[in-house]
Design a protein around this ligand. Structure first.
Ligand SMILES: NC(=O)c1ccc[n+]([C@@H]2O[C@H](COP(=O)([O-])OP(=O)(O)OC[C@H]3O[C@@H](n4cnc5c(N)ncnc54)[C@H](O)[C@@H]3O)[C@@H](O)[C@H]2O)c1
Length: 308
């Protein structure tokens, strides 16, 4: 299979490229390196196009001849979108439309996209089922609604096969710490290994459904191999809910170190609890076996130790 990964120099994309190559697939990556790193692809036999998904010429040449597209390119982070909603909209909403249009023009009829649990926003229901109402709390979440709804509409409008996943909190190797918009697990692991304080936003009872990147990539690749299409968004998480306090304890065990914890104000736009109903995921991917949190954290800590 020839796979195009947009945003393939980023965290999830580089893990997916590695897995796809290991399974004998051909991989092209388009990435403008706005938040990703070419070094994430070091040693991998991928065709790398340095360019934006918003660049029609770069997108057209990248998508030509692909069997499937996994569209991961986006500007992540709720706080970044609150600071600069226009840039987030361009990359995530307009960018998704650009990817779909390039695929359509090149007769590439299978596209998988990455939406986010943030679309549920103010909806307090737990766990979150895909049939629950959505109410984004941030510009980022609005752009992710566009990211999932455009490809679903393309099924109806153009007969394209598409699958829109709602990722929850994905973590694992190649997820960077040390920048202002870094996610919680790399931030905590990095701080602990450097003997810095771990700063929890809020009282630590905030909870998340953490999913190991290897599990996410296995599902993404399987979706492409089987050319799966589904008329509604699909939660890609396994229904766990780990509080930040519990997460810190588990990271301490994985690293064999004791953390110094401080608490800060909760961040605007962040939801308090997030947990997936995964009935639909399980029906589409009955074989999937998620990597347990403690195992995933051990892999993550090991990667940080190697790279620090
Ligand atoms: N990591 C998570 O927990 C999580 C949760 C929900 C949704 N998602 C979604 O999954 C996808 C991948 O996330 P990630 O964590 O790997 O993020 P990441 O920032 O590591 O990767 C995104 C990649 O997209 C690239 N990119 C951004 N704008 C681009 C553009 N205009 N043209 C080409 N490339 C561009 C970046 O350079 C980066 O390499 C994103 O769509 C994100 O919204 C991630």
């Amino acid at each position: 299979m020839r796979l195009l990964i947009t945003g393939g120099a980023g965290f999830i994309g580089s893990n997916l490229a590695r897995l796809a190559l290991a399974q004998g697939h051909e991989v092209t990556v388009i990435d403008d390196l706005s938040t990703g790193f070419e070094e994430n692809l070091t040693g991998l036999d991928v065709t790398f196009v340095r360019g934006s998904i918003l660049d029609e010429v770069a997108m057209a040449s990248s998508v030509r001849g692909a069997d499937s597209v996994v569209h991961l390119a986006a500007l992540g982070s709720v706080p970044r979108s609150i600071k600069d909603p226009v840039a987030t909209h361009a990359a995530n909403a307009t960018g998704t439309l650009a990817v779909l249009e390039a695929a359509r023009a090149a007769d590439v009829s299978h596209v998988v996209v990455a939406s986010s649990s943030s679309v549920y926003g103010l909806n307090p229901a737990l766990p979150k089922s895909e049939r629950e109402w959505v109410r984004p709390m941030s510009p980022y979440a609005v752009t992710k609604l566009a990211t999932e709804q455009y490809p679903l509409a393309y099924q109806q409008s153009y007969g394209m096969s598409t699958l829109a996943f709602r990722f929850f909190n994905v973590y694992g190797p190649y997820q960077m710490a040390g920048h202002v918009y870094a996610a919680v697990i790399p931030t905590f692991v990095d701080a602990l290994l450097r003997a810095d304080v771990l700063a929890i936003n809020g009282d630590g009872t905030t909870s998340r459904d953490f999913t190991y990147v290897g599990t996410v990539c296995a599902v993404l690749l399987d979706a492409c191999v089987r050319r799966l299409s589904h008329p509604e968004p699909v939660n890609l998480a396994f229904g766990t809910n780990t509080t930040l306090l519990d997460l810190v304890r588990r990271i301490e065990v994985a690293a064999g170190l004791e953390a110094k914890v401080i608490h800060r104000e909760p961040r605007p736009g962040d939801v308090k609890h997030s947990q997936a109903d995964n009935t639909v995921l399980r029906s589409l991917f009955p074989q999937v076996r998620p990597v347990p949190l403690d195992q995933g954290l051990a892999e993550t800590v090991a990667w940080f130790k190697e790279t620090q």
